[in-house]
Design a protein around this ligand. Structure first.
Ligand code: ES4
Ligand code: ZN
Length: 326
């Protein structure tokens, strides 16, 4: 009856958010001005009007252009802090933020500026907003594994500032197997491992993320629906999937939100979580994803509790915190 209130108010974890994808056009322009960076858009409205995507790559081109305004430690702090204020309003109690160091170090930005700015925002989110937050360093899969290995080594002075590694950017043509060695190294270092798989790519990429990268969660994973054996594996293992419905809609993975397969995957017994991916680009933060998805798919309160509980259970937070939130 009062499902929207339940969805909005229940404590939840966000496990799939690219912090560079939380940069709103207003902040992009403010940082461009502060840093004297030229943008190929006249104003906020012109930039926002370019947010019409046909697939993952058409989005990534704009996403990397937007990130070009980030130069200094304070820029990374300001970006993450703006996200945490949104997360607080959405009753997010736990956030695990992806960041893409290679997008910044390739432009000459120091690794320390990236990690220290984001890490300081995570600490302040905890002390000032009561949000438990940690960082996950992502490798860009359109670059080489050697570059990923070099990035991981470059980040080692800040080992205590991130809890895991992920794999993102252009999926097709860049299977998980390409990153077998760097994920093995990350595991040796005691880092958690996750990877984007089955967003646009085939079920084989999900198998590869599980068996070769030995990930603890699959980011997206919606293409698993085309492989019955994989669906069984995901259900039996209760492997968490971090599903991002508004992202899938905006990147044309599904034509309408009503066509999304998240209801089918829940019914098949998979451990599904809801997430925002790149909220500034895809038209909504976490509660928008819950509200719009529940309306489009006619999901119920029991499914709301299940998704929120899954998100907390699938997080890398200390067990004592998980118990407090559930
Ligand atoms: C991403 Cl939606 C998505 N997929 C893959 N990589 C990404 N990086 C930022 N957003
Ligand atoms: Zn993503």
């Amino acid at each position: 009856e009062r499902l929207p209130e339940l969805l909005s108010l229940m404590p939840k974890a966000e496990l799939h958010i690219h912090i560079e994808g939380s940069l709103e056009p207003e902040l992009i322009f403010a940082l461009a001005k502060r840093n004297d960076v030229q943008l190929p858009y006249a104003d906020v409205a012109a930039l926002r009007s370019a947010y019409a995507f046909t697939n993952l790559q058409s989005f990534l081109d704009l996403y990397y252009a937007g990130a070009s305004v980030l130069l200094h430690e304070q820029d990374f702090y300001d970006m993450a802090w703006a996200y945490f204020e949104k997360a607080k309003a959405d009753h997010v109690v736990r956030a695990e933020l992806f960041f893409d160091p290679q997008t910044h170090t390739a432009r000459g930005v120091a690794m320390g500026a990236v990690i220290e700015g984001l890490s300081r925002a995570c600490r302040d989110a905890h002390t000032q907003l009561g949000i438990s937050a940690d960082l996950i360093l992502c490798f860009l899969r359109h670059l080489s594994e050697d570059e990923a290995l070099a990035t991981l080594e470059e980040a080692m002075p800040w080992r205590e500032h991130f809890i895991g590694v992920g794999l993102d950017s252009s999926e097709l043509g860049h299977p998980p197997e390409k990153f077998a060695r760097v994920f093995a190294r990350a595991r040796e270092l005691g880092l958690h491992c996750v990877a984007h798989a089955g967003e646009e790519g085939p079920p084989a990429y999900i198998w590869g993320a599980l068996d070769v990268l030995q990930v603890e969660r699959i980011d997206h994973g919606v293409q698993a629906i085309h492989d019955a054996g994989l669906m069984q594996r995901l259900a039996d293992s209760q492997m968490p999937l971090t599903v991002c419905p508004l992202s899938n809609l905006k990147l044309c993975v599904f034509k309408n939100l009503a066509d999304h397969n998240l209801g089918q995957m829940l019914d098949a017994g998979l451990c599904i979580t809801l997430n925002s991916d790149d909220p500034a680009y895809f038209g909504g933060y976490l509660n928008d994803n819950y509200l719009q998805t529940f309306a489009a798919l006619h999901l119920n309160a029991q499914q709301a509790y299940k998704l929120a509980a899954n998100s907390i259970e699938a997080s890398f937070a200390p067990e004592a915190d998980k118990h407090r939130w559930m």
